[in-house]
Write a protein that binds this ligand. Structure first.
Ligand SMILES: Nc1nc2c(ncn2[C@@H]2O[C@H](COP(=O)(O)OP(=O)(O)OP(=O)(O)O)[C@@H](O)[C@H]2O)c(=O)[nH]1
Ligand SMILES: [Mg+2]
Length: 210
């Protein structure tokens, strides 16, 4: 399934439910055009964005969760593929960016928790931690969120980071990918690249505006 993965030893992956804005974020991070808003769930393999001149790539993993018209069996296959991908390439993956839709995430997580069904984003988050992949929760679509701090505190809490969320800026990054407002994510990525001895890879990513 992953035969076309470029042989790179440093990688950042984007993962998250379908339609949260992973591909939009990818476009902002690479400056390249990436198809967005496509019919979800059709592609079950990752999209790689490789920087030819350096040993680094950014990977857009398939979206998971409910997708209109996609059978449960396909959704299960995608989940399994994501887990296998992370396990197989954990040594190369420096950061796992878990992308959430800030206007919907708390409700979705709580609905699952209340029905006794572990939310898949929390399971994935724990898998990243177990595999020693630094997790960054990119809370996207902040343009649609009115109660910013309350929402971010709730998200922090659900992922086990005691509020206030501002204490966890290396792990919680509010963004509006559609408008190119991604500085908090860039700062979080930079700090993890630096901490893992890959500070030179900063140059592959855009510069923050401030
Ligand atoms: N309001 C708002 N909409 C956004 C933002 N970022 C992305 N979107 C929209 O969300 C929709 C889905 O974006 P994609 O980037 O295709 O989402 P995805 O996570 O790649 O979806 P899959 O490929 O299906 O997993 C598109 O209509 C985007 O324009 C944002 O910051 N704010
Ligand atoms: Mg996409």
């Amino acid at each position: 399934m992953f035969e076309d993965r470029p042989r790179r030893s440093a990688e950042v992956v984007l993962l998250g439910r379908s339609n949260v804005g992973k591909s939009t974020l990818m476009r902002q991070l690479t400056g390249r055009s990436v198809p967005t808003g496509r019919r979800p769930g059709v592609t079950t393999s990752p999209t790689y964005h490789d920087w030819a001149e350096i040993d680094f790539m950014l990977t857009d993993l398939p979206g998971f969760g409910f997708m209109a018209g996609v059978p449960g069996e396909t959704r299960e296959r995608i989940k399994t593929a994501i887990v296998r991908y992370l396990e197989t390439y954990a040594d190369a993956i420096l950061v796992g960016v878990l992308v959430l839709d800030g206007s919907a995430a708390v409700e979705i997580i709580d609905r699952h928790l209340n029905s006794g069904d572990p939310p898949y984003v929390l399971e994935l988050f724990e898998l990243l931690v177990d595999l020693d992949i630094e997790p960054v929760i990119a809370v996207n679509k902040m343009d649609k969120v009115d109660d910013r701090d309350e929402t971010l505190d709730s998200i922090a809490d659900r992922f086990g980071y005691p509020p206030p969320w501002q204490q966890w800026r290396d792990h919680i990054a509010p963004v509006t990918a559609k408008e190119g407002r991604i500085d908090p994510l860039l700062h979080a990525l930079y700090s993890h690249l630096d901490a893992t001895g890959h500070g030179k890879l900063r140059g592959a990513l855009p510069s923050p505006h401030q």
